[in-house]
Design a protein around this ligand. Structure first.
Ligand code: NAD
Length: 239
């Protein structure tokens, strides 16, 4: 079992949905967790519920100075950075022909560049501390193609590739990097989607955020010989 006692963790997009479930799961492991999100009200409320080993810090994951502040605060509050979960993400709809160029860039900025920026700034701290675990929340959209969400698909394939590149680079520093690929999960992001989205899956239902969080906890605390791999939770959709 990986020992991150006395180390800090950062979960981006941790104020609600899958991220909030991951924060709660890591808090149970006695990690000091920073919720890093745009949603001040939700983030502060969740941190208050899970105090004292969870705090909230406002972060836009595309903001380099913001990342530096969050990492400094995490280490000052809870110890050397041990865990980073790049979970913040956005979904925008548009076909290749109709997607607005600025929204395409925005989706890739948040989902891919924001995750890279976090790794870029977190890895030197993990290297200094002697180990680390990074989990990047991709999607089944990082394993296959879907019509009408090309920006999202591109960003999630990019995040999967970045995971592999980082795993190859960082193994010798005892820093593990894996990607998680959920299918449809009940969160605010999928609130408008009908149940029929999941109907054709071998397990014909939406997943719950807690099911993703359990996988993320396993990757951080138990999967000590896994790096650069994809972990799929999709009710069998891509089987
Ligand atoms: P959600 O919309 O409920 O939560 C996303 C969180 O990310 C929000 O708290 C939001 O404020 C935060 N966020 C968005 N942009 C940000 C930014 N620039 N900086 C900081 N925080 C930001 O979504 P969710 O369903 O919980 O999704 C979490 C992750 O899981 C996303 O990366 C998403 O792509 C991925 N995912 C979700 C599903 C699903 O079905 N819900 C499936 C596959 C993958």
């Amino acid at each position: 079992m990986a020992d991150f006692q006395g180390r800090s963790a950062i979960v981006t997009g941790g104020a609600r949905g899958i991220g909030a479930a991951i924060v709660a799961e890591l808090a149970k492991e006695h990690l000091g967790v920073v919720i890093a999100d745009l949603l001040d009200h939700d983030g502060a409320a969740l941190a208050a519920d899970l105090a004292p080993n969870v705090i909230f810090r406002h972060l836009d994951v595309t903001d380099e100075d913001g990342w530096r502040r969050v990492i400094d605060d995490a280490e000052a509050e809870f110890g050397p950075l041990g865990v980073l979960v790049n979970n913040a993400g956005i979904l925008d709809f548009g076909s290749i022909e109709t997607q607005s160029p600025s929204l395409f860039r925005h989706v890739v900025d948040v989902n891919l560049y924001g995750s890279w920026l976090g790794m870029h700034l977190a890895v030197p701290r993990m290297r200094a501390a002697g180990s680390g675990a990074i989990v990047n929340i991709s999607s089944t959209a990082g394993l296959t193609g879907y019509a009408g969400i090309g920006a999202y698909v591109a960003s999630k394939w990019g995040l999967r590739g970045l995971t592999k590149a980082a795993a190859v680079e960082l193994g010798s520093a005892s820093i593990r990097v894996c990607s998680v690929h959920p299918g449809p999960i009940h969160t605010p992001m999928t609130a408008g989607m009908p149940d029929s989205v999941a109907a054709a899956q071998p397990l014909p239902r939406f997943g719950e955020p807690e099911e993703v969080a359990a996988m993320v906890r396993f990757l951080i605390t138990e999967a000590t010989f896994s790096t650069g791999s994809e972990f799929v939770l999709d009710g069998g959709a891509t089987a």
